[in-house]
Design a protein around this ligand. Structure first.
Ligand code: SAM
Ligand code: SF4
Length: 330
């Protein structure tokens, strides 16, 4: 695999790209979206060919890992085609983050199309709580989806849980038992202040990774491991289970110094940082005339100079970034 040609002003090498393939979703999770959302008109959304071209260009610049996300990637109709195309690029890692609602029918086609790993979001094992967090989601479908992913032969399945104090923090032990039983990894995430929400006060709902670790430790000893996925999660193991337990702590543990990633929104905005507005419009390059691969490559290389040193999320619950996570690409 070629060495990454993407290095920023702080000496960080970028070799991981998260591509958002849609801003739409069949859920309306309270921390991610408002109840009433206006989604992008079709002409503003990148076509499958445009997304693939961006992916190919990043790979030619040394990208080794691509994650497809959204919105909910599985609501995009041509998603299998896109996975099949990107699956031919020889990536070291090719993953997707999904809410799991369509995995009963999609897990096997995704696996066959070349997807290597799945992250599945799961914030509650209580059907009523699950419905209130996701507003439109049905727990049983997601649980069946997780089983379908295991049956389809996905090895690196990971659950993602956003922990909210007074919301689902009491379910942390049950979620750990569930992950152990299903033999899948689980990562607990601190809520980030992306987009304005009215359901809860993000400042008050923040449950730090330290607090979640303390809850888990009441039931299991957690053994720190140096393993990392090249990302912001810190991992632990348990002596009596093969699964990994991860913690992503944008508030309590700043992970910016080792950041190796950028994001591309479904409008083709290249975001250099999750917690900042710095971006470059790749769609304009793609739809300009003449479009050349060299021009796209050079735009991406030049954009590295805009990557900020770090994000500055605060814990007072204020919105710091106006775009919602479904626009950012989680
Ligand atoms: N729809 C897919 C899903 O839910 O997995 C993929 C997109 S979603 C935006 C990606 C991840 O971001 C999910 O695990 C979700 O829980 C997380 N997320 C969304 N909004 C967040 C926020 N404000 N803070 C922290 N995590 C958030
Ligand atoms: Fe949809 Fe994922 Fe956002 Fe929930 S977190 S509303 S499933 S995009």
């Amino acid at each position: 695999m070629s060495q990454s040609k993407l290095t920023d002003r702080f000496g960080r090498t970028v070799n991981y790209v998260r591509l958002s393939v849609t801003d739409r979703c069949d859920f309306r999770c309270v921390y991610c979206m408002a109840e009433e959302m206006t989604f992008l008109p079709r002409q503003q959304v990148l076509t499958l060919e445009e997304i693939a071209r961006i992916a190919r260009t990043f790979v030619s610049l040394g990208t080794e890992k691509i994650r497809l996300t959204g919105g909910e990637p599985l609501v995009r109709k041509d998603i299998i085609e896109l996975v099949r195309e990107i699956g031919t690029y020889g990536l070291r890692d090719f993953a997707m983050t999904t809410n799991g609602s369509q995995l009963t029918t999609m897990a096997e086609p995704l696996r066959k199309a070349g997807l290597k790993r799945l992250n599945i979001s799961l914030d509650s094992l209580d059907p009523i709580k699950f419905a209130s967090i996701t507003r439109t989601g049905k727990l049983s479908r997601v649980l069946e989806g997780i089983d379908a992913a295991r049956e389809a032969g996905f090895k690196g399945i990971k659950l993602n849980t956003v922990v909210m104090k007074g919301g689902n923090d009491h379910e942390v032990p049950d979620l750990i038992e569930f992950a152990r039983k299903k033999n899948v990894d689980i990562t607990f995430i601190e809520e980030m202040p992306l987009g304005e929400i009215s359901e809860h006060d993000r400042g008050k709902a923040l449950c730090t990774s330290d607090e979640v670790r303390d809850i888990v430790r009441q039931h299991h000893e957690l053994i720190p491991t140096p393993e990392d996925s090249g990302g912001p999660a810190r991992y632990y193991r348990m002596s009596d289970s093969p699964i990994k337990v991860g913690f992503i702590s944008p508030h309590s543990h700043n992970f910016c110094s080792t950041c190796n990633r950028v994001r591309v929104t479904v409008e083709g905005r290249l975001l250099l940082c999750l917690g900042n507005e710095h971006s470059v419009d790749l769609r304009r390059v793609l739809r300009g005339y003449p479009v050349t691969d060299d021009k796209l490559r050079q735009t991406i290389i030049d954009s590295m100079d805009l990557k900020p040193e770090r994000h500055h999320f605060s814990t007072n619950g204020d919105v710091q970034i106006l775009r919602f996570m479904n626009m950012t690409g989680g």
